[in-house]
Design a protein around this ligand. Structure first.
Ligand SMILES: [Zn+2]
Length: 65
């Protein structure tokens, strides 16, 4: 397991490493259960939407810059 998302409502979703490494040396991660979380790439960055309560969270692409 690589990453765990926990919504305020308690919905917890894990991302696991697929073992597939791309040409930049980055391993792809995939959702354990895509009925619980929606992941969308928007203009501003990455958007995570809880499918239980519909709360949305944005990871701004300028994060860490
Ligand atoms: Zn939620």
């Amino acid at each position: 397991m690589k990453l765990t998302f926990t919504c305020d409502c308690g919905n917890e979703v894990r991302f696991f490493g697929t073992g597939d490494v791309n040409e930049q040396g980055m391993e792809a991660v995939d959702l354990e259960d895509d009925d619980r979380l929606r992941v969308v790439v928007g203009d501003a960055g990455l958007i995570l939407q809880c499918k239980f309560c519909n709360n949305r969270y944005a990871i701004d692409k300028s994060l860490n810059t």
